[in-house]
Structures are given as structure tokens and as C-alpha cells.
Design a protein around this ligand. Sequence first.
Ligand SMILES: [Zn+2]
Length: 423
Amino acid sequence: MNRPIAPSPIAATTVEVNGRSYAAPKRPTVVIIVDGFDPAYLEHGIANGTLPTMKSFRENGFAAIADCSMPSTTNTNNTSIVTGVPPAIHGINGNYYLDSETGEEIMITDAKRLRCGTILGALSRAGVKTAVVTAKDKLLKVLAYEMEGISFSSEYAGKASLKENGIENVEKLVGRPTPDQYSADLSLFVFDAGVKLLATVRPDVMYLSTSDYVQHKHAPGEPEADAYHQAVDKTVAALVALGATVAITADHGMNDKSASDGTPNVVYLEDELNSRFGAGAVRVICPIADPFVRHHGALGSFVRVHLLKAGGDVQAMMAFARTLPGVELVLDKQQVCKQFELPVDREGDFAVFSDRQTVVGARREDHNLSQLAGHRLRSHGGLGEQKVPFLLSRPINAEYQRRAKAGPLHNYDIFDFALNGVE
Ligand SMILES: [Zn+2]
């Protein structure tokens, strides 16, 4: 039949975004962010046979371990991934921040702090058919920033409209009602929607982002964690069967932060600093804080310390913070921004990282741990959660193999690898 195929205008499209260029894909490409997918889940699932599709990527496609952006939190990393650049450029350095001008503490639920465009937005405006499905609605405004196409959250699936979301009747498409906000199904709904969209609308580029509800509760090896990741793996197989190139990474890893008796290892840093340097000396901001997530008590392994009074001794406070058990790294504003590519104008006076077994918080009264409801505290935010899987369903070319080997490889390189590096 050898009929010549007319060159597609999409295939010739390349967009420039934040200093990097991205080619429109030759075949549908799906980038999946498995929220909280610590490499330990991947290793465990490959070993016990529950992740056969991801195992096949390691054998026939590409598999590596990448670094996520710091702090290892959800908004920061989803933003890095859709923009292809670190927080120093895109501006989103956490879920929660202290506005230095007003003194107000603000939760990020929109794109106001975003300082650059996204890969998805640029591709969509160049005529590439794009779709974004996310578990949590608060991420949607950043993920679908200036993007023409389909975008909705499973949290508000029932409210999706053609005008706002480029799609309606999502519950009918997926075949079930909008899931509970606090459930594994909030994420599984994203995957089912992705498979349905690929089979019907067939976007050229699709971004699927989940929630870490399961990973906060269940360690690798627990049946609930196995069942969830196995369902993820089956979705990935379905996407591959529909002809897609599939790329998988995570926003951050996840670690157990409790002592052997099950109680959380917490440093209440604001209490410690204010009792040493005087009441009201500092305010500690936890960029992991998220009222939509009730199972980590706003406790993670990275905080920003803001001095509230003129003349405070930053060096003395940093030296004191270093002596606290479970604290592994303390850096001043300039150091932390240089080392982790963070925006200086949005940093605290100094930053404190706790180790893999420990979380760091503000005041005892800021953290409600009753909501753990008997579970061990599992969380993220620090250096112990910086490593994430980086998987592609297809092999990559020699140039990208060389780049991956030379490093550093970041989770925000995933679009570059999926769109430019796949053979
Ligand atoms: Zn996350």
C-alpha cells in the first residue's frame, strides 16, 4: 500500500520554553507524576512482581533515578516539571509561604506566584493537542497555565465544563462519580480518565498528576501500597497498548518519620528558637503545609525561618539549630538559594533540613497529629526524599543516554527526554 504520508504540521513543531526547546511528539506522549513514588516502592514492586510494566521499561525503555527540586514538596516539583526549570526561575518554592510585605501566611492555590510559562501551554498554543488531569484541584491553575486544551481535577470532576475545562461529562467518561478527596481513588480516577481520554480524544501530549494519599499512609510492602501501585502499573500498560510513549516520575520520595514506638520524631523549631532567643524572635514557615492533606500534620523535613525583629543574630540562631537532634543541614538565605536553585526574594532568613527519620515544624500548637489516627507519620520535604524514579517506555537516543549518565538528572527533565530523547 506504501501510500506516502503527508507531513503533519504538528510533527514539525518545536517550541522554546524557558531556554529549552521541545519537539511536538511523533506519537501520543503521556507524562505521569506518581505523587510520593519513592524509589523504594518501585524496587519493592519490581521484586515482588506487582509492577511488570515498569519492570519492562527498565529492560526495554529507560530507567534512572533523578533528583527532585527542593524543598521536596508537591507544588514546587509539579511546577518544575511543567516548566522544565528550577524554582529560582519559576518562583514556586513551596505550598505555603509568608508574604514578607504583608506578614500574611498564604497557601498557594493559583498561578499568581508563577514567573514563567509552561511546556504544555506553549505546545498547546502551537497547535499540539494537550490535556492535563490532576487529583488535587489546587494544582490545576499552575499545571494548565495559559494552556488551551482539556484540563480538570478528579476532585472536581463533576463540575468540569466545556467553558472552564475544555471538557464536560467527565463522570460519564470515566464511568463513576467524583471520588472522595481523601481516598486512593482520587488518583485512580486520574489514571482511568487518562486512559479514556487517550482512547477517545487522543491528545498529543497528556500530563497526569496524582495525590500521595496512599504513600503518606502505607510503606513499601504494605498490601494497600502494593494494590495501589499495581493499579498504576496496569494503567501504564493500557496507555502503552493504546500507542503512547509513557514517561513516569515523581514529585518527591517519602520516608517514615517515627520512632520505634510509633511516635513521630518532631523538632518544634519555632518553640526551640523562641525559647532560646526570646518570644517572638522568629516565625517558622513549613512549605509542606496543606490544609487539603490531613495525614502529615503539616510536618515535613524542610522549613524556612523568618526573623521578626531587627537586630536578630542569624548566625547564632543557625548555630543553635544545628545542635538540635534530627537536624541535618542549616543554610542561610544565600547559601540555600545557591545550592538548591531557589528564588532569593522568596526565601526565609535561613533554612533548616531535618534528616530522613525526622520532621521539623513550627510551634507544637501548629501541628495537629491526632489526624494520623494511629498511622506512623510518613512525610517528605527534605534531602531524604530528593531521589525519584525516572522511567520511559521507549529507549532513548545516544545523546540523551550520554546526558543521563553525565548528570545531574532532574525530574523536570522528563518532558525533554520524552519529547526530544525518545527514539
Ligand atoms: Zn506530593
